[in-house]
Design a protein around this ligand. Sequence first.
Ligand code: ATP
Ligand code: MN
Length: 144
Amino acid sequence: MYERILYPTDFSDEAVKAVDYIKELKGAGAQEVVILHVIDRRGLNDLSRFAKKDFAGILVDMEQKARGEIRPIEEELKGVGLKVKVRVEKGGPCDEILRVADEEKVSVIIAGSHGKSNIDSMLLGSVSYKLVKRVNIPILVVKK
Ligand code: ATP
Ligand code: MN
């Protein structure tokens, strides 16, 4: 039921909270975790307008930075005996999360209820809201 987990993260405190729940699922049969960060297309569009010249370089930097932020999470999950695969994609976070979930044939998605914006008055952030609405496999949304 929990063999392959997709863990999408924006590196927010709320997403970090989900890691403890993933580790616990090792005991429930979890084998592999796909850690996914999506470089948000919305931010990229703004960036391309201001930074035409160095845009490609900035993208490479962003991807490297994301991989750097993923590394300690990867080590933490490997520490409890889980296999880890890392993916960094560019696009709309919800679309990419659903696409990767399908491509990687995961059995469950584990995400935070909020992310970097973290607006208290919202029950869910827009990414987690759309995910819950559109996903057709089980999803565990860790509340803050
Ligand atoms: P909003 O983005 O709507 O302003 P928010 O940032 O508070 O609100 P979400 O973006 O919905 O909340 O984040 C909820 C969860 O979705 C995060 O904890 C994380 O698991 C996942 N997530 C959000 N953005 C990304 C991303 N760019 N890449 C991977 N996972 C993401
Ligand atoms: Mn967000």
